[in-house]
Design a protein around this ligand. Sequence first.
Ligand code: AMP
Ligand code: TRP
Length: 337
Amino acid sequence: MEQQTASKKRIFSGIQPTGNLTLGNYIGALRNFGVLQNEYDCLYSIVDMHAITVRQDPAELRRACLRTMAIFLASGLDPEKNIIYFQSQVSQHAELGWILDCFTYMGELQRMTQFKDKSAKHADNINAGLFTYPVLMAADILLYMTDLVPIGADQKQHLELARDIALRFNAVYGDVFTVPEGYFPKVGARVMSLQEPTRKMSKSDPEETYIAILDKPDVIRKKLRRAVTDSDTHVVFDPENKPGVSNLMAIMSALTGRSLDVISAEYDGRGYGVFKDAVADSIVAALEPIQNEYDRISADKAYLESVMVSGRERAASIAYRTMLKVRKKVGLAALKL
Ligand code: AMP
Ligand code: TRP
């Protein structure tokens, strides 16, 4: 049975398997997963149930799930050290989601900015799942007694809600859930669109606005050359007045570990062409090894299948134990007589 190492804290994070994962997902989330795997007990879930809150093509969704798992592995996540699995294959997520729905207020969900954004974008399909999406996310996190949740800044509001739900539940039933904390990257918590640098880079926006983790070097260079900057030649970090340049600086800093000051000193006044090419180089250098690994891993279907099965079993054994406790506290019919 899966045991949490006494001294290690537990980490949980989820990524939706829709479309192409972007450089934003990589810098905001995935890259940090690899860094955390040695110090924490980690679960990383491909949240396919969250993905169906908007309409998906079934065959494409299934392929996207496997692609996402292959990208996780290619970015250096070790499936022995981490539990990597598909959310829908551990049915306790849905079960706990329902219970937590009964501990969440309509008003709280109405305040969620992602719900407001998504319902504006999918006005013909404002379904109840889209509305309760953050509760399923809370269930994902609380099911595993998670201490830390590595996420980009856009998920902060959802994490706060998960904390509120945990505290509310604990106030009624005693200390059932661990109350999770967010874990945000220092630079790159919010990678912005290349075309509209005041909006976050998102895989559901048009191609030219984002870099996909699997974009080839020539595509990356082309997208960078077309990225929105300004009319002067200054490379200074000023997100308010120079959002485009500041975004590219943050990307370069996140990927190379060089400070914003060092980058500014090196590229200021040399023209945006030179700067953009250098940013493209740093992206290519970070993504090319992942792409090579991805090609190798995604060709090995048996390996992907084995990671999927073992991840599911390991996650389910923890989830089952949490649900025994939760069901008992709430007063649902016992599973074990
Ligand atoms: P999603 O693609 O919405 O499932 O997001 C998966 C993870 O990537 C979450 O932790 C997000 O916060 C993070 N993420 C998504 N887009 C960005 C972005 N543009 N900048 C930084 N982090 C991001
Ligand atoms: N809602 C998150 C996003 O869109 C994905 C997600 C689902 C998640 N469940 C989670 C992230 C649990 C962290 C923990 O980015």
